[in-house]
Ligand binder design. Structure first.
Ligand SMILES: [Zn+2]
Ligand SMILES: [Zn+2]
Length: 135
């Protein structure tokens, strides 16, 4: 599926900026931060358009946020294989790549009585296969 098809499936207008953001995320397998996406942003899109597009894509569940331990926010595409809220993120401490990871059902967490959990954010940190090979 390409950017245009993704927007169409969500009944969103196919604007250049939305298409650009999805394209960038489709290209790599990794989550990207705002500045990483913006680096490749053509001059014809201004900041306001960029942030508005990012927000629209997030609100329509096309992309999701990954918050790292140092509060860096990265964005990743919602892929069908990764149902929302049911996957972990892996942050490589060597190359800083953030990947969505299919982990199957995450281990149930023992929570005290009286609490109910709506979502769970799992961030794993370590070394990715690419960096492991080099090391
Ligand atoms: Zn790595
Ligand atoms: Zn993810």
């Amino acid at each position: 599926m390409d950017a245009e098809q993704i927007l169409k499936r969500h009944n969103l207008k196919n604007t250049g900026c939305r298409k650009f953001i999805i394209g960038e995320l489709l290209d790599g397998d990794c989550a990207l931060s705002e500045s990483e996406i913006k680096k490749a942003l053509p001059d014809l899109f201004d900041r306001v358009t960029f942030y508005r597009s990012l927000k629209t894509l997030e609100e329509n569940s096309i992309i999701h946020r990954v918050v790292l331990h140092d509060s860096t926010v990265k964005y990743a595409l919602n892929r069908e294989v990764l149902p929302k809220g049911e996957h972990a993120h892996f942050h490589c401490m060597e190359c800083d790549a953030v990947t969505c990871m299919e982990t199957g059902a995450l281990a149930p967490v023992a929570i005290p009585q009286g609490f109910s959990v709506d979502s769970m954010d799992v961030l794993l940190e370590g070394t990715c296969p690419g960096c492991k090979r080099q090391g």
